[in-house]
Each structure stands twice: as C-alpha cells, then as structure tokens.
Design a protein around this ligand. Structure first.
Ligand SMILES: Nc1ncnc2c1ncn2[C@@H]1O[C@H](COP(=O)(O)OP(=O)(O)OP(=O)(O)O)[C@@H](O)[C@H]1O
Length: 282
C-alpha cells in the first residue's frame, strides 16, 4: 500500500484487487424496503488506499460488509483477489469505530485473538504482535488491560490485531471517529507508517474530507441513499506525506474539489465568498 507516512513499500503483487460490478443492496422487510446501494461498479487495484466519503446512510458500511463477505449483494458481484466473494474470507483485516477489544484479555492476548481464531503458531505470532506494538509505541503496554488504555491506544491495539496475519486487504469503518482531533491526526500518521510497510489494499470509510485526502491514493464520493459513486478523485500528492502536507496549496485544492462535490449534492452549504472553503468535518 502506498501510504503517506513513509515511502511506499515495493509492490509485491500480493495486495488484493477488488472488483465491484453492478452491485445493488436492498434491505427488505415485510413492511418496507431500503435500497442502500444502487448499481455500483468500480475496480480497486491491489495496493491502493481508497477512501469512501459520503453522507450518513449512503451505504458505506454496507459496501464494506459486502466486500468482507459478511453479507451478500441483492444483485451484482464482488471479487476480491480474483475470487467472487460468497462468504467471509480469511485474508482480511477489519477495524471498526469501536475498538471491540475483550476487556478480560490483556493487550497482547487481544492481538493474539487473531492467531487463536486462525489456529496459527502462537509463539511466532507473539513475536510479531510485539513488533507491531513497538511500531505504534505501545511496547510497554502488552500486559495491560483495555480499561487501562486511552481511546487512541485501544484503537491502535485494534489495528495491530487486524493486521497481525498480514492480510491482503484491510477494511476500516470510521476507525478514528470516536477520537479527539489531535489523537486522530496522530492515528492517521501511525496508520500511514504501518501501511507503508506492507503491501495491502485498504478501503477506509470516513466522514472527514481532510483525513481522506491525507491518507488516500483515491477517494470515492458517494451520493445520499441509494449510494452511488458521484466522484472518483485520484489524490496525486507526493509521498511520503507528513502532516505538514495539509498546509500546501495542492492539499487545499483536493479538499476544495471534494467540498464542491458535497456542495453540488446540497450536503454542504457554503455562505462564504466563492473560493473560501470551510465545511464541516474536514
Ligand atoms: N441490516 C439492515 N437492515 C435494514 N436496513 C439497513 C441495514 N443495514 C443498513 N441499512 C440501511 O441501509 C442504508 C445504508 O446504511 P449504512 O450503514 O451502510 O450507511 P453508512 O453510509 O455507513 O452510514 P453512516 O455514515 O451513518 O455510518 C441506511 O439507510 C440504513 O438504514
């Protein structure tokens, strides 16, 4: 994956390509039916860092669950690594808004849960878990319990768990949404550093335009429900990217480009003079 904190890892070709073709997802009950996604077609090359941006309820989480194989499209197909997704597939890491750590397990045992469910060699995985903890500055915390950690620390542990088995695909559903702004910035840098060291495709859901621009190779902007892709923006900012990239005119241009799409959709309303972009949730 090409991520902002460091130079991109050399692509080994192992990162999963995603193919989404004519995907529709309708949630039907006896009383009503909701079309969450409508006729979604796109391809995500292996190793790309893709962000999904869109208003609440436009189907971003639904799309992640479909890619993960946790649920199925009503019509259309999704391929991951050349295979049609019909069930949850193992070569995947997932991170959610809530850290989902088990309170009765220590930090290291929470990470090793990934090894336990896969019946992997616990000893080898323990060494790897320690390496990952060191990468995110939590080497002194391996025997602590989640209640002893801050929200940002817990979310770092969640990310370590998600990538312990070196998945070819990482799906992240608003992983930093519950964190304060400064922790969130640091998490973006940490994620960038971790991502840069492995060849993984990432699909990242966020409501933050600047977070999406900072992290991504590409941003898909989705319309209000039923979710469709209304803009497909390649973020061609040089890497490595540090937080200072946010002060550059090119960064502002990308933020402005995405903001305009939201203004055109009527989701952001700008009462300031033309050219001055300051929306919510940047
Ligand atoms: N299991 C379900 N049953 C019925 N409707 C559902 C189900 N899951 C999602 N939906 C509906 O599908 C639409 C898309 O939901 P989804 O959670 O994918 O949106 P989202 O873009 O991730 O929203 P948010 O940004 O608020 O998390 C919403 O209208 C939601 O109510």
């Amino acid at each position: 994956m090409a991520a902002p904190g460091q130079a991109a890892a050399p692509a080994s070709g192992r990162a999963a390509r995603i193919g989404i073709s004519g995907v529709e997802r309708v949630y039907a009950s006896t009383r009503s039916s909701v079309t969450a996604l409508h006729d979604l077609t796109t391809e995500v090359p292996g190793g790309q860092f893709l962000s999904l941006l869109g208003p609440s309820g436009c189907g971003k989480s639904t799309l992640l669950r479909l890619i993960a194989g946790l649920e199925h499209p009503t019509s259309g197909t999704i391929e991951v690594g050349g295979t049609t997704v019909t069930a949850p597939h193992p070569d995947l890491g997932m991170v959610f808004q809530e850290d989902l750590l088990m309170p009765w397990r220590t930090v290291i045992d929470n990470i090793l849960l990934q090894a336990d469910v896969r019946r992997a060699d616990r000893k080898a995985m323990r060494d790897r878990a320690r390496e990952l903890l060191a990468q995110v500055g939590l080497e002194a915390c391996e025997n602590k319990y989640p209640r002893e950690l801050s929200g940002g620390m817990r979310q770092r542990v969640g990310i370590c768990r998600a990538i312990l088995h070196d998945p070819r695909l990482l799906l992240m559903d608003e992983p930093f949404a519950a964190l304060d702004a400064m922790t969130r910035d640091q998490m973006a840098v940490d994620l960038a550093d971790m991502a840069a060291q492995r060849d993984t495709t990432v699909v990242f859901v966020t409501h933050s335009i600047s977070e999406a621009v900072f992290l991504s190779d590409r941003i898909l902007v989705m319309s209000p429900r039923p979710g469709r892709v209304v803009a497909d923006i390649t973020v061609d900012l040089p890497r490595p990217r540090g937080l200072h990239v946010r002060e550059t005119p090119r960064f502002a241009d990308y933020v402005g480009q995405v903001t305009e799409v939201f203004e055109d959709l009527g989701i952001l309303r700008d009462r300031r003079p033309a050219g001055h972009h300051e929306g919510t949730q940047r």
